[in-house]
Design a protein around this ligand. Structure first.
Ligand code: ATP
Length: 407
C-alpha cells in the first residue's frame, strides 16, 4: 500500500513558510505500516492543484493533503479534490451550523465567506474538526482515498491522530505496527559506533541505523510486526545486545536528553550543581535548567564573557588568574572549585576556553568538575564553530557529570 502527501499553499512553494506538516505526517504514516513514496508541494492554483491530485491518485492508494481549506478565494483544495475525483461540491447545512457554533462559542459571528468551508465534495466522508473552523473530508475513489486536512499544524496533527490514522487502519485492514526505539550515546563518535555494530546494521527486521548529532550518536531500532507487543519483542534482544556492546556510552533512550539525565541523577541523589562557563556562553546552564533540573539541583550558573570577568565573578585573585593563564587547566580547576564553594554546591563544573574556538590558532577548551572527592579534568581541541560546536562542548561537560554521578 502506497501513500503520498500533497502540501498546498503558494507561501510553502515560495519558501515563505517551511513545510513541517509533511515530515510529521510521514513519521505517523510509518507507524501504521504505510509506505510513503512521494511528497509534492503545489501552489494555490486550481489547474495545477487538480493535476497534482490526479497524478497522486493514479500512483498512490492513500493521498493526504494539507492546507487550502480556509474561507478565502485562494483556498481551493475543496474544488480541486472534487475536480480530481469527478464530482461536484454541495453545501452541507449541518456543517454550516457547526461552524456557526464554533464562532458562537468564541463570541464571534460567522461571516458569509466562512460558509464556503462547508462545501464538501459529494459523497465524501466528513471529518469533523473540533479544533478549528475548517471541516475536513475523505473521498473514497476507485479503491483509493484522498483525505484533506487543514494547513494549521496543530489542527492537522489532532485530526491525524484522532481520526485519520484510525480510519486508515480500519479501511485498509492495516494490522502491521512499526515501532522504534532510539538508544542515545555520547562520548563515542558515529564511525566508532558504526564499527561496533556493523553486523546489526545489516538486519532487516528490526533494522538498526545511526544518526549523529553534536556530541551524541543515536541508534534507532525499528521493527515491523502484527502488534505493538510483537514489535517490542523484536526490538528487546537487539537493545540488550547494543547495551552489552556500548555499555556506559549509552546515556538514555527515546525522548531522554543528556541534560535531562544529569538533572534526574542529581535530583535522585539530592545533590546540587553550579556551573561557570565562557565558550558555551551560558548555554550549558540553560540546557540543564530547561531539562527540568529542580531549582535546588542547579544552584546557578555563572557566565563570563571576558577573561577580565572571571576574577571578580568568582572571587579569584587577578594575579592568580594571570599566573595560570587564560585559558588553562589550572584556571578551569580554580573556577570549578570557586563556583562550587561560592554557591555551596556538591559539584562545580567549569568550561573555560576561547570565545571563538574555531579560530585557527585558538587554544583548547578546558573542563573541570570539582567534586567532594577532588577534581575531574578534561579538554577539547575540536575547534568547532557555532551552536553545533557549543553543543559538543556542552555534551562533553554534561557527560563528565553523568559519569561522576554514576561512579
Ligand atoms: P484554516 O482554514 O484552518 O486556516 P487552511 O487549510 O486554509 O486552514 P492554509 O490557509 O493553507 O490552511 O494554511 C494556514 C496556515 O497553516 C499557514 O499560514 C501556515 O502557517 C500553516 N501551514 C500551512 N501548511 C503548512 C505546512 N505544510 N507546514 C507547516 N505549516 C503549514
Amino acid at each position: 500500500l502506497q501513500a503520498e502527501i500533497v502540501t498546498i499553499g503558494t507561501e510553502l512553494l515560495l519558501g515563505e513558510i517551511l513545510d513541517t506538516n509533511s515530515a510529521w505526517i510521514a513519521q505517523r504514516l510509518m507507524t501504521i505500516g504505510l509506505n510513503l513514496f512521494y511528497t509534492t508541494t503545489v501552489g494555490d492554483n486550481m489547474p495545477r492543484m487538480t493535476q497534482v491530485l490526479r497524478q497522486a491518485l493514479e500512483r498512490s492508494e492513500v493521498v493526504i493533503t494539507t492546507g487550502g481549506l480556509g474561507p478565502t478565494v485562494d483556498d481551493m483544495t475543496r474544488d480541486a479534490v472534487a475536480a480530481a475525483t469527478h464530482r461536484d461540491l454541495y453545501l452541507d447545512e449541518d456543517l454550516v451550523r457547526e461552524i456557526a457554533a464554533y464562532f458562537g462559542r468564541r463570541g464571534f459571528t460567522m461571516t458569509d465567506n466562512n460558509k464556503v468551508q462547508a462545501r464538501i465534495p459529494r459523497g465524501a466522508r466528513i471529518i469533523h474538526n473540533p479544533v478549528g473552523t475548517a471541516p475536513c473530508f475523505a473521498v473514497e475513489f476507485e479503491g483509493r482515498v484522498i483525505i484533506s486536512l487543514p494547513g494549521v499544524p496543530h489542527e492537522m496533527r489532532h485530526l491525524m491522530e484522532t481520526e485519520v490514522l484510525p480510519y486508515l487502519r480500519a479501511h485498509f485492514g492495516l494490522t502491521n505496527v512499526i515501532k522504534s526505539r532510539t538508544i542515545r550515546t555520547c562520548g563515542i563518535g558515529e564511525s566508532a559506533v558504526g564499527a561496533q555494530i556493523e553486523d546489526l546494521m545489516g538486519l532487516s527486521n528490526p533494522t538498526v541505523g545511526t544518526r549523529a548529532h553534536p556530541g551524541q550518536t543515536d541508534l534507532k531500532i525499528t521493527a515491523k510486526a502484527e502488534s505493538e507487543a510483537a514489535a517490542m519483542a523484536l526490538i528487546a534482544p537487539i537493545e540488550a545486545d547494543l547495551r552489552r556492546r556500548l555499555g556506559d556510552f549509552i546515556f538514555g533512550v527515546d525522548e531522554q536528553t543528556l541534560s535531562g539525565v544529569v538533572a534526574r541523577l542529581l535530583a535522585e541523589r539530592g545533590q546540587t550543581l553550579a556551573t561557570v562557563e565562557t565558550t558555551t556562553r551560558g548555554e550549558l546552564a540553560n540546557q540543564l535548567a530547561e531539562a527540568g533540573l529542580k531549582v535546588e539541583a542547579l544552584l546557578g550558573g555563572v557566565t563570563v564573557a571576558s577573561e577580565a570577568g572571571l576574577a571578580p565573578a568568582l572571587g579569584l585573585a587577578p594575579a592568580d588568574v594571570t599566573a595560570w593563564g587564560f585559558p588553562s587547566q589550572a584556571l578551569a580547576d580554580a573556577a570549578a572549585q570557586a563556583v562550587r564553594a561560592r554557591l555551596g554546591a556538591d559539584y562545580g563544573l567549569a568550561v573555560i576556553g576561547p570565545f571563538d574556538p574555531a579560530k585557527p590558532d585558538a587554544p583548547p577548551v578546558y573542563f573541570s568538575l570539582a567534586t567532594p572527592q577532588g577534581l575531574v579534568q578534561g579538554e577539547s581541541r575540536q575547534g568547532r564553530a557555532g551552536p553545533s560546536g557549543r553543543g559538543w562542548l556542552i555534551h562533553l561537560a554534561s557527560d563528565m557529570v553523568r559519569r561522576q554521578l554514576l561512579g
